[in-house]
Design a protein around this ligand. Structure first.
Ligand SMILES: Nc1nc2c(ncn2[C@@H]2O[C@H](COP(=O)(O)OP(=O)(O)OP(=O)(O)O)[C@@H](O)[C@H]2O)c(=O)[nH]1
Length: 354
């Protein structure tokens, strides 16, 4: 099993261990009160001590050393259920401690493994209870005295709070992981910039704002010149480094409200809200000039260059596809005209502010 998979399973084992350690320690008190009432023999007391205080740590060792911690822990949970059933019979069905034991067990069974684990546990509890009860000749002593009631109180008052605390921590972790997953789904793994899907959403948002309120916006599409040669001559890792350098260049040279993104391969895009065409051309030119120059020698020779295409919005921009197409055509023109330049859109645009 892969190490990460093993670690993920340990999360479940840890959760059950926390529940079991406190649960069994508290459950031992009402059982002990019944054993005291019954003047039980020493071996029963020893069994209780083992079950209540040694078993949780033994179960932890067994599960964490297992090659399949999840499965082993499921088995341990079923053993817990069987032992609870046996204790109900050993307590001669003393009403309050038995009901408390079974209801608390049911609560963490549903919490840790859902209705399936609950059903299986119930079955095992019944089997163990009938088997041990049968061996003892089904002695019954329903009555719970004051000592039994007092011995039940710690579990009754503490365990539900403990279960809720553990569940709350768990649900917070799930929320955090969902947030992380969402971020990863929207991020390009190499550069850390928004990926194509996220970037297109940002562009579509600006288009809608323009259609509703005539707020200007512009797109820049950029592509590294002769990137294939960078890969071929300096290796794929050097190519990746150039893409990351470009991503940092965009982040460092744009406003907070602008959205840079990697559209795929060596093609990137920038969404510029509240920006007219002239301003967008100036931004594109600034990026072009700074591309491929070492930070400590910004006036030095360019190690790699960029071609860029710019498109603003006007009443003739039918949809996002049309807007992208205009920027793409402008980029294509920049490539045709010799690369390392900013391409202009074919049509004059009405978007103001520049
Ligand atoms: N290192 C690296 N290369 C990539 C990645 N994704 C795509 N490429 C390469 O990027 C190159 C893209 O080349 P093109 O855009 O077609 O052409 P170009 O060489 O940049 O030429 P022009 O765009 O015409 O200037 C291809 O060789 C791809 O294999 C990546 O994540 N990392």
């Amino acid at each position: 099993m892969a190490v990460r998979e093993h670690d993920k399973c340990l999360g479940f084992v840890r959760l059950v261990h926390r529940l079991r350690t406190l649960g069994l320690a508290l459950a031992a008190l009402p059982v002990a009160s019944v054993l005291w009432q019954q003047r039980a023999p020493g071996w029963l007391w020893a069994l209780l001590a083992l079950n209540g205080y040694a078993w949780p740590h033994l179960a932890w060792l067994i599960s964490t050393r297992s090659r399949q911690p999840n499965r082993t822990e499921q088995r341990n949970l079923l053993l817990d259920a069987a032992s609870a059933g046996a204790w109900v019979a050993l307590m001669r069905f003393n009403l309050l401690p038995s009901a408390l034991l079974l209801s608390m067990l049911a609560m963490d069974r549903v919490g840790a493994g859902g209705w399936r684990l609950f059903g299986l546990s119930l079955l095992l509890e019944a089997v163990a209870c009938v088997a041990v009860g049968g061996l003892l000749g089904f002695p019954v002593q329903w009555h719970s005295d004051t000592l039994n009631v007092f011995a039940c109180l710690p579990m009754l008052m503490l365990y539900p709070v403990w279960v809720s605390t553990v569940n709350h921590a768990l649900s917070q972790r799930v929320r955090e992981q969902n947030r992380l997953l969402d971020r990863l789904n929207r991020t390009d793994s190499l550069t850390g910039l928004p990926n194509r899907t996220h970037w297109l959403e940002a562009a579509a948002l600006e288009l809608r704002r323009y259609q509703r309120n005539q707020r200007p916006a512009a797109l820049i599409l950029l592509d590294v010149d002769n990137f294939k040669q960078v890969n071929d001559s300096r290796g794929h890792a050097a190519g990746d480094a150039v893409l990351c350098e470009l991503a940092r260049l965009l982040e460092d040279n744009l406003r907070e409200v602008d959205t840079p993104g990697r559209l795929g391969g060596d093609e990137f895009g920038v969404v510029l809200p509240e920006t007219g065409l002239a301003q967008a051309l100036a931004v594109a030119e600034r990026i072009r000039c700074r591309a491929g120059r070492p930070a400590d020698d910004p006036g030095g020779a360019q190690a790699w260059t960029l071609s860029l295409g710019v498109a603003g919005l006007d009443a003739g921009t039918a949809d996002l596809g049309a807007w992208m197409h205009q920027a793409d055509e402008a980029l294509y023109r920049a490539k045709l005209q010799g690369r390392n330049r900013v391409g202009l859109p074919r049509r004059p645009h009405a978007a103001g502010g520049g």
